[in-house]
Design a binder for this molecule. Structure first.
Ligand code: HEM
Length: 387
């Protein structure tokens, strides 16, 4: 039998995510009120009357609308009383697709100008999806994060340091690839994510981007990793739990790990299920935790020991999803949010054999990590201040 958590996850994962209502949360309510205010201002200013009209507007007209909405909505809309809010991507449930946009800037890029564009991300989302008409099926939930050097220069110090070292491991390394700006966005329509990525990159100051990689992910077999295992079973399923794990209370900010993993599909397709299960520490069919598992199994590495239902010393909110092509590379885009970046450190050290007991993580037998770093996703009010 699957554990209650895994059943809850199965409902919250992928295409079934829509069944989870976000409307009960104060965060979603605030977001809606914000979007409504923005749209009312925009509609009043340009006389929009309906979705059809909005959708058929030319690109130039849409750019005009962005400009009008930006002018009409004061930046202090977000600084109303109440606890600091996080950005929309941080703890919201998954959608059918996600965008992971990883940007390196040129050394001479104007960081102030770049950060102003980043602060407009919520407004870009409202341009891609009409905020008065959207529902859970076509909404886009997005957030933007910054590398430590970038954020220090445009906004100052974060409460906690977040530096991602290169890690060498016995059965695989974790290279530190750095980066300046990262967008995580979720939607049931991949075309909306493409549109957002393209609008964001086009809005950046000319000649400021050194390199950018946009990855579009998909829900596989109702919430499984490409290895066939259900991914996300032990994630907190409730909104409050995810907020508690992911959000820094004082700022509404969140620390984020991103890692690109390329799976070895030959290994996955040729190894026996029992072997793969011993590497993960869970049943491949229903995700039940193995009562006896190796100290090198992924679950034992992540929880700090190989006891059954080991108490977790630290937690993160994982929002990883499969990506790739059959003819080329495919794997898992790993993304996790936490109120404290030390939670990632604990896990990564234990994966590469630097966790004190010298053991590595067997998950690295089926996948290779090719890229990784940490980001800070400022709280919504902190982001608005960058405008
Ligand atoms: C190729 C890369 C990875 C794959 C395929 C993978 C897959 C899985 C699977 C199948 C599970 C068991 C079900 C679940 O609870 O979700 C799991 C659990 C977990 N993974 Fe990963 N994972 C990968 C990388 C990572 C990384 C890099 C981290 C941390 C930085 C991580 C953190 C966790 C945590 C915290 C759990 C829950 C453990 C528990 O409480 O039982 N995973 N992962």
């Amino acid at each position: 039998m699957a554990s209650l958590r895994s059943l809850t996850f199965a409902r919250s994962a992928g295409s079934l995510a829509r069944s989870l209502s976000r409307s009960s949360s104060t965060k979603a309510g605030a977001g809606l009120a914000r979007s409504r205010a923005a749209l009312l201002a925009g509609s009043a200013a340009v006389g929009l009357t309906g979705y059809g009209i909005y959708k058929s507007l030319s690109r130039t007209t849409q750019d005009d609308i962005i400009a009008t909405v930006q002018a009409a909505v004061p930046n202090n809309t977000l600084s109303a009383a109440g606890p600091p809010q996080s950005q929309d991507s941080v703890w919201s449930p998954g959608k059918d697709h996600a965008l992971y946009l990883w940007i390196h800037l040129k050394p001479g890029a104007n960081l102030k100008e770049v950060s102003k564009v980043c602060a407009k991300l919520p407004k870009m989302v409202d341009t891609v999806v009409d905020p008065t008409m959207k529902d859970e099926d076509d909404e886009v939930l997005a957030g933007v994060g910054f590398g430590p050097n970038f954020y220090a220069q445009v906004a100052g110090k974060t409460k906690k340091n977040f530096v991602y070292p290169h890690r060498k491991g016995a059965i695989g390394d974790m290279p530190s690839s750095g980066g300046d700006v990262f967008i995580h966005a979720k939607s049931n329509q991949v075309s909306k994510l493409f549109e957002l990525a393209s609008m964001f990159l086009r809005s950046l100051p000319k000649d400021s981007v050194e390199s950018a990689e946009d990855i579009y992910s998909f829900v596989y077999q109702n919430g499984r990793d490409l290895s066939g295992f259900i991914d996300g079973t032990e994630n907190r399923a409730d909104d409050e739990g995810r907020q508690e794990v992911a959000i820094e209370k004082e700022t509404g900010g969140s620390y984020v790990i991103t890692q690109k993993w390329i799976h070895d599909l030959d290994v996955i397709n040729s190894e026996k299920s029992k072997t793969l299960e011993s590497w993960v520490g869970r049943d491949r069919g229903d995700s039940t935790e193995l009562s006896r598992k190796s100290i090198t199994s992924h679950v034992a590495r992540m929880t700090g020991g190989n006891g059954f239902q080991q108490p977790k010393p630290v937690e993160i909110v994982r929002q990883s999803m499969p990506f790739g092509t059959v003819s080329g590379e495919a794997g898992l885009f790993f993304i996790g949010y936490a109120a404290d970046p030390n939670n990632f450190e604990f896990m990564l050290d234990r994966m590469v054999g630097a966790g004190g007991d010298g053991h590595h993580d067997d998950i690295m037998r089926l996948s290779k990590n090719v890229k990784g770093t940490y980001w800070y996703f400022p709280g919504a009010q902190e982001l608005a201040k960058l405008a």
